[in-house]
Each structure stands twice: as C-alpha cells, then as structure tokens.
Design a protein around this ligand. Structure first.
Ligand SMILES: Nc1ncnc2c1ncn2[C@@H]1O[C@H](COP(=O)(O)OP(=O)(O)O)[C@@H](O)[C@H]1O
Ligand SMILES: [Mg+2]
Length: 491
C-alpha cells in the first residue's frame, strides 16, 4: 500500500514561500512625523512599497506606504494611528507593493484597505494574491460588449440599457439617492458577483448598507471593501485599488462582475491630501495634477478582458450640484455613460431621481433590439416634448390642439412618470421592464428582444442593413409629413 504521505504531501507551496522571502531587510530611520505623514532617512524602496514602522514604546508596528522619494528621504503615509512613533524608529521595507489576498472565500465577506477581513467572521484562506495597483487590460484583448446586464432598476434597464462590461457614473449632490440606487442594483442585478467599494462613507452608512440594504441574501454573493471617512487618506486610496483588484480576480475566473464604487469624489479627496502633503502643486480647484492622472487609471481597470466582464457603476458626489466641477468632468469623460440624479425629482419624491434626458448610456443601442430602441425613442420624445413646454403647460398658457406632439406628451405624462418611479424594495425583472415599456409606448417588443443578446452586435450585416433602412424610412416619413412622434405609428 502506498503511503498517503508520499502521494499527497506537496512541498511546492513551502518552497515557493521560501523562494519569495527576502533575505536582506532594508531599514531606515524616522526623521519626522506630521499627522499621518512620516519622513525617514532610507530604507531603499520604491513608490507604492509597503513598509513596517516599529514602535518599541507600544510594542506594535504600523504599516505605511511609500508615497514620495527625494534623495535618501522617503515620504510615507501611514495606514493607521501614528501614536507612539518617534524620531529614530525603524522603518523596514517589505520589498513588495500592496498585495490583495483573493479567493472564492471572499464572497460574503467585508474587508479593509489592506485586504484583511474586518467583519469578525474569522480569517480568510486566500487562493492567490493580486497586486492592488496594476495596469488595465490590453485594449486589443478586451472582448466586445454585446450582452445586456439587468440592474433591476426599470428606468435604467429600458431607457439607459447597460451592457455587460460597461462603465457608468452616477452623478448627484449629497442626499439625492446615489447610495440607495446602488443598493437597489446590488440586490437585483443578474451579475454573478457583486464587488462593492465603500470609500469615505460614514461608519453608520456602511453598517446600514451591509445589514439593511444588502441583507443576508445580497451579502452572500457580494464582497464589500470598506474605508470609512475617519480612516487615513491612504486607506481610502488603497481600498479603492483593493476593491478593483478583487473585481479583477472574479473577472479572471470568467464571471460577470457588478462593481459598485461609492464614491470617486472621496477617492479624489484622498489623493489630493496625499499629493499636497508630498509637495505637489495644487492645480484645478486645489486638486494636484496626480488626481486627474489617477482617476482614468483606476476606472480603466473595469470593463471586459478576455475572460469575463466587470460592469461598473461609479458614484460621483457632485460638489454644489455643479456638473462642470473638475472631478465630475473628468469622470464623465472617462466612462461609457452617465446617470444624472436630479434634486428636484428627489424633492418631489420621484425615486429613483434619475434625470433620464440628461443621462446617457453610450452602449445602450448596441445591446438592445430594434423595437426596444423604437419604444425607448418614443418615450424619450414624449418626455422631451413635455419638459421643453412644461412652463407653458403648467401655467395654462398652452392651448390644447396647437401641437399633436405636445398633446400626446400631456396625455401620457402621468403614465410615463408612473413607469419611471420605482419603490426602493420593488424588484423589476428585465421581462417586467420590457413588457411595461411595450405597454407604455404601444410598440410591440418581440420575444427575441427579451434575450440578453438582442443587440446589433449579434446580428448579421444583412439584418443590420435592413433595419437601418427601416429606421431611415420612418425618419424620412416623420420629416415629410411633419407629424413628429406621430410618424412612429404610435397611437
Ligand atoms: N428609492 C428611494 N425611495 C425612497 N427614498 C429614497 C430613495 N432613494 C433615496 N431616498 C431618500 O434619500 C435619502 C438619501 O439617499 P442616499 O442614497 O443616502 O443619497 P446619497 O448617497 O446621494 O447621499 C435616503 O435616506 C432616503 O430618505
Ligand atoms: Mg451616499
């Protein structure tokens, strides 16, 4: 009989560990401490390297990251409390940048900025380690986006349809419903895995999100990465990278990941603090140039690669509701779509407060069928006709009969509002959403367009040419008979 010892005992893991263990430790000495910013003479290190600062007086160690180098002076940012650190403390370079322990056991867990669990459910057994900071996938190997994802939010699934692997921003001032909208998506999406980054939120909001919004069922298929507003800026920055790395791991497993990031503005604030502390000049609105360099680098890591997809929603807290402020502008220009929430709608208890006409999903046409596109176009036309004439309509200045298009928009206004509103805990499947859209618009949506592959990219060239000709004919008819939306054959 063969001994199980010979068969099962594999030394590779241990040999690899020994191989990867550095035999020389570079050590420096602390020269100044200013809040969470520490300077030291040495050690030999690179930007992004993790160092351990020994605090003999408290018999503890503090993790810090190298954020700047100037001759032999090393600028570090501490991940935790700097209490007890004094001039002369040892700074030991690890030789490694931040690595994230990843594996399937992450599902259902809450982790912090270093990738360590913080939910009191015991330690994690990592399958492997992913670098927290890495390059986006090569654009040549990215799979094209050709399938639709379900968010479970009716207004998005119909009028702003999202493709699997698309990246969108949700833009609004504070208290308009960004986080609530994300929690609806987290509960209702048909993605395989949710990865949720809560960056710079208040502690209470984090607990509420995990216990109340996500709930036990939602958490089971989610990984939550948390860095609250009271934590050091390096934690908020690193948690953003760690969360992206976790999403990348699941994408590499061939999964369709729903990545939700709340919010990019806090990430930018964290980088602003670090950038200014290491001596960068402030540029736009006090943000140093590195902020505008790092935002696209982080956001580009989502999307598709050759194995799976990361569909991403990035919340952006719009300062003073100014849609042209620099962070909003930068994020909007980087992503494949933006969803704008409107404070007026929220005040009127129109939730989710999505301003459909101000929002755009750049890939929606690619992932929806022809009839669905027609129906969406019609509803948008109704909304636009009403909005452009709202003042006249509500003040009674508009005389019924002057314009058939406006008459129709007025008649349909309540039905459109009803269609767009959705209670927070109301779950709407894609079939529900499309059926309601068909009923609202009076345009029949055929069975095959309910499939997630209903988009143009799955059609033959001949089919597409035929459909384009069809739409062109309709448009020409609309222009020639001057009947606008009536020309779409809708009663
Ligand atoms: N779908 C909704 N239904 C009902 N109330 C909502 C909804 N979305 C947001 N709210 C209200 O708005 C408040 C702020 O929402 P929140 O998502 O925290 O905003 P933000 O993340 O933009 O600051 C919530 O506490 C809630 O009272
Ligand atoms: Mg919020």
């Amino acid at each position: 009989m063969k001994s199980s010892y010979n068969v099962e005992f594999n030394l590779d893991k241990y040999l690899n560990t020994v191989k990867d263990t550095p035999t020389i430790h570079y050590v420096g000495r602390v020269t100044s401490v200013n809040g969470l910013d520490i300077q030291s003479e040495g050690p030999r290190s690179v930007i992004g390297e993790i160092c351990t600062i020994r605090v003999p007086s408290l018999k503890t160690t503090v993790l810090a990251e190298v954020v700047g180098l100037d001759g032999t002076t090393v600028k570090l940012s501490a991940f935790g409390n700097t209490r007890g650190i004094e001039v002369g403390c040892d700074v030991v370079a690890s030789g490694k940048t931040l690595q994230v322990p990843v594996g399937k056991s992450l599902l259902g867990r809450v982790i912090d900025a270093t990738g360590a669990p913080c939910d009191g459910k015991g330690s994690l057994v990592p399958e492997t380690y992913y670098p927290a900071d890495c390059e986006p996938p090569d654009p040549m190997t990215r799979r094209p986006i050709d399938k639709r994802i379900t968010t479970g939010v009716r207004a998005i699934d119909t009028l702003l349809t999202v493709g699997k692997g698309q990246r969108l921003g949700i833009f609004a001032g504070s208290g308009v419903g960004k986080s609530t909208l994300l929690s609806m998506i987290a509960r209702n999406t048909n993605a395989d895995v949710n990865v949720i980054a809560l960056i710079g939120e208040r502690g209470r909001e984090v607990l509420d999100f995990i216990n109340r919004d996500l709930g036990e069922e939602g958490l089971k298929r989610s990984v939550v990465i948390v860095a609250t507003s009271d934590q050091p800026s390096i934690c908020r920055l690193r948690a953003s990278y760690v969360a992206t790395a976790v999403a990348e791991y699941f994408r590499d497993q061939g999964k369709d990941v729903m990545f939700m990031f709340d919010n990019v503005t806090r990430f930018a604030h964290a980088q602003r603090e670090i950038g200014l502390a290491k001596g960068e000049p402030p540029a736009q609105k006090g943000y140093p140039p590195s902020v505008f360099d790092m935002i696209p680098k982080l956001l580009e890591r989502a999307g598709t690669n050759d194995k799976g997809t990361i569909t991403a929603f990035y919340n952006v807290l719009v300062d003073s509701d100014d849609m042209n402020e620099p962070i909003t502008d930068k994020v909007r220009g980087t992503l494949d779509g933006h969803i704008v929430l409107n404070r007026k709608l929220a005040q009127a208890y129109h939730y989710p407060a999505i301003d459909v006409l101000q929002s755009i999903s750049r890939l929606s046409r690619r992932v929806t069928g022809v009839q669905t596109k027609k129906a969406c176009g019609y509803v948008r036309e109704l909304m636009s006709a009403y909005e452009n004439n709202e003042l006249m309509i509500t003040t009674g200045a508009y005389q019924k009969g002057n314009s058939p298009a406006i008459d129709k928009a007025i008649d349909m206004h309540d039905a459109v509002e009803e269609f767009l509103k959705q209670e927070e805990y109301d779950h709407c499947t894609m079939n529900d959403s499309l059926s309601k859209l068909a009923a609202l618009s009076g345009i029949e949506i055929p069975e095959e367009e309910f499939d997630e592959r209903a988009g143009d990219s799955n059609k033959t060239t001949a089919q597409m040419v035929h459909e384009i000709a069809d739409v062109a004919n309709n448009n020409a008819k609309a222009v020639s008979d001057g009947s606008g939306i009536e020309a779409l054959n809708i009663q």
